[in-house]
Design a protein around this ligand. Structure first.
Ligand code: TMP
Ligand code: ASP
Length: 241
């Protein structure tokens, strides 16, 4: 397919398709962490993230949560609706881990009730800083009602994913979402939902089954992601495209 590449990020490429409202996402094998400081090619990671993300978007849809996901196209590709990505990372935390521990001194593992929702500025040059609502208004990144809407959607995604992962024997510690605006200005869940963007702890062993194995560990990411895919029921539609 000789279509124009609209965007290339650390983990994905986005291409136009013949349909103006539909884009094709290709999941890459590159893994990065700490704003690209740590970087490796991990063979098979693109397929695993595409399959897990496709499966999770499908499960969310079954629970009434719409997203940009249209369908899985191949091992490493999916079709999505074209949206303009809001340059905010919306993080939902059920349990303290990662940067909230470093920023606040809360003990790792502290249950956060109600879940903590945070906004980060998607701006690699600045290291994706945490923003408050005044910063977001000043930078004109989103309207106040859009922030409320993203928070509401993030809470709904959290409730749905807590159930999905609990059924798979996993605690959903935290995760990051991105939203986009459709041509008629509606906000829609976008990007990906995968072990790259979630912290998942095994309910029995407490072991990290997510990108922390790459951030802080010494490998084995593909085995861990394969285990997540299997626990979620395997390849979407049971097909092998
Ligand atoms: P943090 O504790 O490092 O702020 O991460 C919170 C959650 O967001 C965690 O599940 C990992 C995810 N995340 C991303 O998806 N992309 C990022 O660039 C960062 C920093 C975190
Ligand atoms: N995704 C970010 C990076 O590639 C940070 C992370 O996930 O830890 O650097």
């Amino acid at each position: 397919m000789g279509q124009r590449c609209l965007y290339e990020g650390k983990a994905k490429q986005v291409f136009e398709t013949e349909e103006p409202d539909v884009l094709r996402i290709v999941y890459k094998d590159e893994a990065t962490a700490f704003n690209g400081e740590k970087k490796e090619v991990l063979e098979g990671k693109g397929r695993l993230n595409n399959e897990i993300s496709s499966r999770l978007f499908q499960l969310l849809q079954e629970k009434g949560i719409q997203s940009h996901f249209v369908r899985r196209l191949s091992d490493t590709e999916q079709l999505v609706r074209r949206v303009d990505i809001v340059p905010l990372e919306v993080v939902v935390r059920n349990t303290a881990a990662g940067s909230i521990v470093r920023r606040t001194g809360l003990a790792r593992g502290t249950v956060l009730q109600p879940p903590v929702i945070e906004f980060y500025y998607k701006q690699d040059d600045l290291g994706d800083p945490l923003l408050n609502e005044a910063h977001i208004a000043q930078l004109q990144l989103a309207w106040p009602w859009e922030l409320r809407s993203m928070e509401d959607m993030a809470r709904a995604v959290n409730s749905a994913l807590l159930d999905v992962f609990a059924d798979a024997g996993l605690d959903l510690v935290d995760f990051k979402l991105e939203f986009g605006r459709t041509p008629d200005g509606e906000l829609m869940l976008a990007d990906e939902v995968s072990p790259d963007t979630c912290r998942l702890w095994d309910q029995e062993t407490g072991e990290s089954l997510d990108k922390d194995v790459f951030r802080f560990g010494d490998g084995g990411l593909q085995d861990v992601y394969e285990q997540i895919l299997q626990r979620l029921g395997g390849t979407p539609d049971g097909e092998n495209v």
